[in-house]
Design a protein around this ligand. Structure first.
Ligand code: SF4
Length: 345
């Protein structure tokens, strides 16, 4: 049996719309060998301005702030906040120039500058003031971060991070594999205090999203497994249990956090949903190569609200109008016509 990789975004997309899943996970391919597949890839990476704001904050926390605490250093927050805004400005320029269309500029070469924003790729309208607001928010969040309340009573974020036994930021490589399904949650931070651990997910949008709890649950399962494995290797006793795991969703935009339940039932439900959806995908693609897949097997959702925020909405419309085929020139024309329509309503 082929092992399937699962993460929360994949689960979320499969639940929302099978056609979206077809574009995002069956068709998207980063190479420039097939324009249709490359377009699906670009759209799968495209961000709205608000999502992008969150990703820059997340990046700065993961790459600059937490590594300093891992080394027991106090980060220079003034400098980091300034750099955060610089990173955002460079990414905006990269996207504005559409350098991501250039096959000579690889994503790894572009590094932190690489970004695709919907305002450039899908010509989504925006105001200059939106941009200024985003730069100001990035700066403010990064400056406020050390004074945010923490999950440890009476400690602010800085005191909390300094008091952890061990910090494991960006634990995205942790996997859980069972019965042909590999679960790889995006864990932003695991903070260990002896046997117990806080699995933390940075939330960077205002949206109240149920999938944060699923993401955290899968993160908790993987973190506990790794911890128990370590205890066994080191012959430490007693082994950590479910009660030693705390799941924390931390909203970086307002400094508030929320704890999620981690018990036997919650864990079983989270794993069930992964296995059920994994079966759904297997039924759809049956592990066939892309050119043997039939787009018509991937049904479109009837929910207008899902389509309204779908990254692939122009591509979806284009292939329907074009006999289920992709034509780059016609697709670009559709995006431009759509922009005109947006400007006139
Ligand atoms: S636009 Fe709607 S139907 Fe088309 S892929 Fe997106 S969510 Fe699915």
């Amino acid at each position: 049996m082929t092992t399937k990789d699962w993460n929360i975004s994949k689960l979320q997309v499969l639940r929302q719309c099978h056609r979206k899943f077809y574009f995002a996970y069956e068709t998207a391919l980063h190479t420039f060998t097939n324009p249709y597949r490359r377009k699906a890839y670009e759209l799968s990476k495209m961000k709205t301005l608000k999502m992008w704001q969150g990703s820059v904050i997340d990046w700065m926390i993961t790459k600059e702030i937490l590594p300093a605490y891992v080394d027991r250093q106090i980060p220079d927050y003034q400098a980091i906040a300034k750099r955060g805004v610089e990173v955002a400005k460079k990414q905006f320029e990269f996207s504005k120039n559409q350098f991501y269309h250039d096959s000579d500029i690889s994503r790894s070469e572009a590094g932190a500058d690489w970004a695709i924003l919907d305002v450039h790729e899908s010509l989504t309208p925006f105001q200059e003031t939106d941009l200024l607001e985003i730069y100001a928010t990035i700066e403010k969040v990064l400056l406020d971060f050390p004074t945010y309340p923490s999950p440890a009573f009476g400690k602010n974020m800085e005191q909390y991070l300094l008091s952890a036994t061990y910090l494991r930021p960006d634990a995205k490589q942790m996997k859980y594999e069972y019965d042909g399904v590999k679960v790889q949650p995006q864990i932003d931070l695991i903070s260990y205090m002896g046997k117990s651990m806080h699995v933390i997910d940075w939330k960077v949008t205002e949206k109240d999203d149920a999938d944060y709890s699923r993401q955290l649950l899968l993160g908790g399962i993987v973190a506990l497994r790794f911890s128990r494995q370590k205890y066994r290797e080191e012959k430490w006793r007693p082994l950590p249990t479910l009660a030693d795991v705390n799941l924390i969703e931390f909203n970086l935009l307002n400094g508030k956090y929320k704890e999620h339940v981690f018990n036997k039932d919650a864990v079983a439900n989270a794993l069930d949903s992964v296995y059920l959806l994994s079966d759904d995908q297997e039924e759809l693609s049956q592990s066939r190569p892309w050119d043997e897949l039939d787009i018509e097997d991937y049904e479109r959702t009837s929910k207008v609200s899902t389509c309204a925020v779908c990254n692939f909405k122009n591509l979806c419309k284009h292939v329907i109008l074009n006999g289920l085929n992709y034509d780059e020139a016609k697709y670009l024309k559709l995006v431009q016509d759509q922009e005109l329509e947006n400007l006139t309503v």
